[in-house]
Write a protein that binds this ligand. Structure first.
Ligand code: FES
Ligand SMILES: [Fe+2]
Length: 434
């Protein structure tokens, strides 16, 4: 049924926000309105825990990566004291970005504007022509500013631009057990995110990314067909028995706090033997399987079958999908940057980890067979949403068959829009300041 266009007054008021997200549908304005984007930067990216990266990305003192927290540029850095910090990338003098190289190793950051310098711990090191100030500035008051909060969950570093709010553990909630699926894919609990990263972008809103179990058999049909023809393709080794059909054991889950999952675990568990056969084709495959059983006992079967892929979205900016960690950076209401960081697993042989990288490139890489198609669809959706005569986006698939599972998550069939509804619900809560 066609809905009449709604006249909205910009910028959005709180009452309007609650009208934009309704049971089974959202208004397209949440993807197109620059005023709403500004509010998101404050109420979501300015307040929640955001993923910054993994500590293995900066293994040595002085190592750093540039990251973003909403609009705020930050430096993810390991200081000479071996402590990991998240520092605002902003000179304490007149606010210039203090570092512009995306990655590197340095003992100090020097501002190009007037030459102030700061240690890799953030401590103010030197001020040019200091006699111009009536007092010394190196009493700690002009050091680079750390984020108000920072915390670590099993090597994943999160930070918040707000001093207030729930603890990381509390707000990750059920997502912790999903992050564990990746960390525990290593018999030693060690991950190495040291194989580089690739950055891509699309002309669409940040909320479109991922966690949709309905599209793979359509948008990615050519890839799925290739996987079915070649069961030795690793990531596709279980695709002959379609994981994205409603008859499969796969499920969609709303984990609370906007976190959501395409839960392929039971489907993969069914194919445990096939996954072991795949690992055994590579040097070290047998050793890895044995080490996993020694380290994890009964849980090893599920962990090996999962292959380190919880397929989870941690709201608002983190995803662990297949073999990579993904960071979502909203740049503007209709432009989004994605950082994809392949994950190597400690306790796997070099050959197995190399295969993980090849699998990643084949689907998600710049010439990959899958990810560019997703980006294309996000751009088409962004264009389509400007046809606002009937502005509602339907997210109702499976709304009448979803259930609450024993762990408290809301669960539906793999093609159901449980995930999108979970994200929209959290979005509305946060945007109302709750
Ligand atoms: S703005 Fe950095 S030294 Fe002046
Ligand atoms: Fe996709």
């Amino acid at each position: 049924m066609n809905q009449p266009a709604i006249e909205w007054i910009r910028p959005a008021s709180e009452e309007m926000i609650s009208e934009l997200v309704q049971p089974g549908r959202v208004h397209s304005r949440i993807y197109t309105d620059p005023g709403i984007f500004e509010l998101e930067m404050d109420r979501i990216f300015g307040r929640t825990w955001l993923l910054i990266g993994h500590e293995s990305e900066i293994p040595n003192p002085g190592d750093y990566k540039l990251r973003r927290m909403g609009k705020a540029p930050v430096i993810f850095v390991r200081g000479r004291d071996n402590t990991v910090r998240v520092l605002l990338n902003r000179c304490r003098h007149r606010g210039a970005q203090i570092c512009e190289e995306e990655t590197g190793n340095t003992r100090q950051f020097t501002c190009w504007f007037h030459g102030w310098s700061f240690e890799n711990t953030g401590k103010l090191l030197g001020v040019t022509q200091p006699e111009g100030y009536g007092h010394a500035l190196n009493d700690g008051s002009m050091d680079l500013t750390p984020t108000p909060r920072m915390d670590n969950y099993r090597g994943f570093i999160f930070a918040s631009l707000s001093a207030d709010g729930g603890s990381l553990k509390e707000e990750l909630s059920l997502a912790t057990s999903r992050i564990d699926i990746l960390v525990d894919a290593s018999p030693t609990g060690q991950l190495m995110l040291d194989a580089g990263a690739h950055k891509t972008s699309y002309r669409g809103n940040w909320k479109m990314v991922g966690m949709d179990g309905y599209h793979p058999n359509y948008l990615h049909s050519s890839v799925v067909a290739a996987w079915k023809r070649n069961e030795d393709s690793g990531v596709g080794s279980t695709h002959r028995d379609d994981p994205y059909s409603d008859g499969s054991l796969s499920r969609t889950r709303d984990l609370g706090y906007g976190h959501c999952q395409l839960d392929l675990l039971n489907h993969r568990l069914k194919h445990y033997e096939r996954q072991c056969e795949f690992y055994r084709k590579f040097p070290g495959g047998d050793d890895y399987i044995a080490a996993m059983h020694r380290a994890h006992g009964d849980r090893a079967t599920l962990l090996i079958a999962a292959g380190g892929d919880p397929h989870v979205g941690v709201f608002p900016n983190m995803q662990i999908i297949n073999n990579h960690l993904r960071i979502i950076n909203p740049i503007s209401v209709d432009y989004t940057e994605l950082l994809m960081i392949p994950v190597k697993i400690g306790g796997m042989s070099n050959e197995l980890n190399a295969e993980r990288l090849r699998q990643h490139e084949s689907f998600y890489g710049p010439c990959g067979a899958g990810s560019p198609d997703d980006a294309e669809m996000f751009e088409r959706v962004q264009v389509g949403m400007h046809a606002e005569v009937n502005p509602w986006i339907d997210l109702s698939r499976g709304i009448e068959r979803e259930k609450v599972d024993t762990d408290g998550s809301i669960v539906g069939q793999i093609t159901d829009e449980v995930t999108q509804r979970g994200q929209a619900k959290r979005w509305a809560q946060l945007m109302k300041g709750k």
